[in-house]
Design a protein around this ligand. Structure first.
Ligand code: CUA
Length: 429
């Protein structure tokens, strides 16, 4: 009786085992099909779709060096992976038993040959990776020794401030150009980027041009970029730094050398803006809308008359008692030429800028501007005021127009081109 019951149990187990195996095979087939489809779709989308944050299409010697290491590690890891999988499959097929043996198998303790082999093989693999890694590190450090241009980049919450410092190509001149979220670089020049933070840790990452480098408060890290081709490259913050970490993106716009200096000069000439609301203005000077005064508590424009940006720390300021350095907003010079607003979040055009000014907290919750501007805040703007400020800011372009890809804004916004702009912008000596 007992014996018969036992047989039945074994038979049931065998048929459910078969079913489980079939289920497993089906799942494997589905997963495989999905993986192949995903690969085909991604490949069909073409490299352009994958390029923005791709580490496999380097466009600078720094990124190239990192990519070579990546390839080396990838192929070594693939060999190890295939070897281990082969060993697992071989062992499970070769030594499988249909029935559980009555006695325990012989118990083994240690195998010197095996242990020596699995110590030496990984050591050799690690040495193969170690040597070129150290060489690459030293090469990249050496590139920092003789830069053509030094740029200081400050990680903010949540945007990037960019200050152009020493230009060795111009006899060590301090360029003193300040901008945000859009790093313009001359093609073929060796640029040293110094990374600063006065708040939390960020990470500066432009996959196609450079490695990833942490931006640490109280310590200046350096990274070198030598872009080989003109074009626009995507960058982002790669270290979680608060609620808007995902929207801490930036662009690197690589331009021919003369175009780059055209842009530098355009910035240094600035935008001739008057904040006074009375009287006639000299030819070429633009009057800022009255409501723009609230923006000047945190922002400034190069060339503006009566900028109150230095009043940030004063007791009358809106931000009295708040850490002025952390609150200080992006420099708005030639804003009409920028591709994006709010650190890569919005396309730069009048409509988006108006929405942003009406309620920045609804678009990018947690940003510091939302403490002041927006419904119910001390700096609440009317629809007309927001539109007025947006049109004014989009009109801030250099006399010669935008260079590089800066067309993003001017294409989308007729107000940003000098011809249609109500605000003429003239060069300053
Ligand atoms: Cu800054 Cu993440």
């Amino acid at each position: 009786m007992e014996r018969r019951n036992h047989d039945r149990v074994v038979r049931t187990n065998t048929s459910s085992g078969k079913r489980a195996r079939r289920g497993f095979a089906n799942r494997l087939l589905t997963l495989g099909t999905l993986a192949v489809t995903a690969i085909l779709v991604l490949t069909a989308c073409g490299p352009d779709v994958l390029k923005p944050y791709s580490t496999t299409s380097p466009a600078s010697p720094t990124a190239d060096g990192i990519h070579s290491l990546y390839k080396l590690v990838f192929w070594l890891a693939l060999i190890v992976f295939v070897g281990v999988q082969f060993a697992i499959i071989y062992a499970s097929l070769r030594f499988r038993k249909k029935e559980i043996p009555a006695n325990r198998p012989p118990q083994i303790h240690g195998n010197s040959r095996l242990e020596i082999a699995w110590t030496i093989i990984p050591a050799v693999v690690l040495m193969i990776i170690l040597v070129p890694t150290i060489t690459t590190l030293y090469d990249q450090d050496a590139a920092l020794d003789e830069p053509d241009l030094v740029v200081d980049v400050y990680g903010k919450q949540w945007w990037w401030e960019i200050k152009y410092s020493t230009d060795n190509g111009q006899g060590g001149e301090e360029l003193q150009v300040v901008t945000a979220n859009e790093l313009r670089l001359p093609v073929g020049k060796n640029v040293k980027v110094r990374l600063h933070s006065n708040n939390v840790i960020h990470s500066f990452w432009v996959p196609r041009l450079a490695g990833k480098m942490d931006v640490v408060p109280g310590h200046v890290n350096e990274i070198s970029i030598e872009p080989e081709e003109t074009g626009t490259y995507a960058g982002e913050c790669a270290e979680f730094c608060g609620i808007q970490h995902a929207w801490m993106r930036f662009l690197i716009v690589v331009e021919p050398v003369d175009e780059f200096y055209g842009w530098v000069n355009g910035w240094r000439e600035g935008n001739l803006v008057a904040t006074t609301q009375d009287g006639d203005l000299p030819e070429g000077v633009v009057r800022a809308p009255e409501a723009f005064s609230i923006c000047l508590s945190c922002h400034t424009v190069n060339g503006i008359e009566g900028s109150s940006s230095l009043a940030v720390g004063s007791p009358d300021s809106l931000f009295a008692g708040i850490n002025a350095a952390a609150m200080y907003g992006p420099n708005l010079t030639n804003l009409g030429c920028r591709e994006t607003l709010a650190a890569g979040m919005l396309v730069n055009n009048t409509e988006n800028l108006t929405q942003w000014l009406l309620d920045p907290g609804a678009i990018k919750p947690g940003n510091y501007m939302a403490d002041v501007i927006g419904p119910g805040k001390s700096g609440e703007l009317t629809d007309e005021q927001a539109l007025e400020i947006a049109e004014f800011l989009e009109s801030l372009v250099p006399a010669e127009g935008c260079t590089g890809t800066g067309g993003g804004a001017s294409d989308a916004t007729p107000a940003a081109t000098p011809e249609t702009s109500s605000a003429a912008v003239v060069a300053r000596d």
